[in-house]
Design a protein around this ligand. Structure first.
Ligand SMILES: [Zn+2]
Ligand SMILES: [Zn+2]
Ligand SMILES: [Zn+2]
Ligand SMILES: [Zn+2]
Ligand SMILES: [Zn+2]
Length: 342
């Protein structure tokens, strides 16, 4: 492999030119027919296409029956027809009325009528139960096998099991508008000028659904969630950060929060003569109170999936790992303090 590596060196100006070229490619894709637009054409193209992408963006995902987006489709994600997502029609002057929305392949000679995700396994596409790969099946639903020996294949079916635990055929393609996606309780990310962004709404979109740890699809947690106090029931890794946070509060003279932090720390100690049962009862009551006072700022949206997974050990280690999920049943201090004072 090492002999195939290229070492390119260039100064700032030239690097900027490379960046400009990559930006151009992400925006234009193959729409220039293989010949670079001149600056005027590029301008005209952007004026025509960017408003369309900002207003009429379609979000594409491969979703299981419980609504988890197992795969967010990106520009390079392959289709059943062996072409990439970006080679399908993704820009729409007006959003089609009919559902499901079809995204036909634009490669000449390809009969694919709408983008259809095919998972890869070990770098190659999965095979049908008839033992033939996707490319030997018709590009059109119901994706029958084209091999003459294969009379019994009624359509592509695979024994492949997705990371979410459901088989291949329990998934469906979803192509939706921003409003529809929001109604489903899934993140839409920021508006983008790039072509064929499909379901990509942020870095975590690149991970498979079951690894993203945001089954609700709420996206990034709220300010309040990230800024809540670290308590004694949190993971040791988080507790290790407490001294530096306190030093910072002292430095900016935020004594209010220092006190509050101290109160939580005191309360987390067992009092003299307090039995173990009493201690847990008291901590439990404190937690109920904190929850009632609305400290748990993240409420699932209607229609959103709620996490049914148990939180390991009730610690917030998962918060560190995923940065996404509000683990259930944790103790929260800083009650009802929505807006931090600092
Ligand atoms: Zn195609
Ligand atoms: Zn296709
Ligand atoms: Zn087949
Ligand atoms: Zn076959
Ligand atoms: Zn799945």
């Amino acid at each position: 492999m090492s002999d195939r590596q290229y070492h390119l060196k260039f100064d700032g100006d030239k690097a900027a030119a490379v960046d400009a070229y990559l930006e151009y490619r992400r925006i234009v894709g193959d729409d220039d027919g293989g010949e670079l637009f001149n600056p005027d054409e590029y301008d005209t193209y952007k004026k025509k296409v960017l408003p369309m992408r900002l207003k009429n963006r379609l979000f594409t995902s491969w979703t299981n029956s419980s609504g988890m987006d197992c795969k967010q489709i990106g520009p390079e994600t392959p289709c059943f027809c062996q072409h990439r997502y970006k080679q399908h029609k993704t820009d729409f002057e007006t959003v089609p009325e009919e559902r499901p929305i079809s995204l036909p392949c634009q490669v000449r000679g390809c009969h694919c009528t709408s983008y259809h995700y095919i998972p890869l396994m070990g770098g190659t596409g999965i095979r049908c139960k008839c033992k033939h790969p996707a490319e030997e099946h018709s590009e059109k639903a119901p994706y029958r096998c084209k091999k003459s020996v294969c009379q019994s294949c009624a359509g592509f079916r695979s024994s492949y099991t997705c990371g979410c635990g459901s088989p291949y055929n329990d998934h469906e393609m979803i192509v939706e508008t921003q409003e529809e996606r929001e109604a489903r309780g899934h993140p839409v990310g920021m508006a983008t000028p790039y072509q064929a962004m499909g379901g990509l709404t942020g870095y975590s979109s690149l991970a498979e659904g079951y690894m993203r740890l945001d089954p609700s699809g709420r996206g990034a947690p709220s300010e309040e969630f990230l800024k809540q106090e670290i308590t004694s029931s949190d993971h040791a890794f988080l507790r290790g950060a407490v001294p530096s946070i306190q030093a910072h509060r002292r430095a900016i003279k935020d004594y209010g929060r220092l006190d509050e932090d101290m109160a939580e720390r005191m309360s987390s100690l067992r009092k003299p003569n307090e039995s173990e049962m009493d201690f847990y009862e008291r901590r439990y009551q404190e937690r109920l109170k904190a929850e009632k006072s609305g400290a748990r700022a993240i409420q699932p949206r209607p229609g959103a999936l709620t996490s049914k997974r148990p939180t390991p050990g009730g610690s917030t280690s998962s918060r560190v790992a995923s940065g996404m999920r509000a683990p259930s049943g944790r103790t929260i201090a800083g009650k009802g303090r929505g807006v931090p004072r600092s």
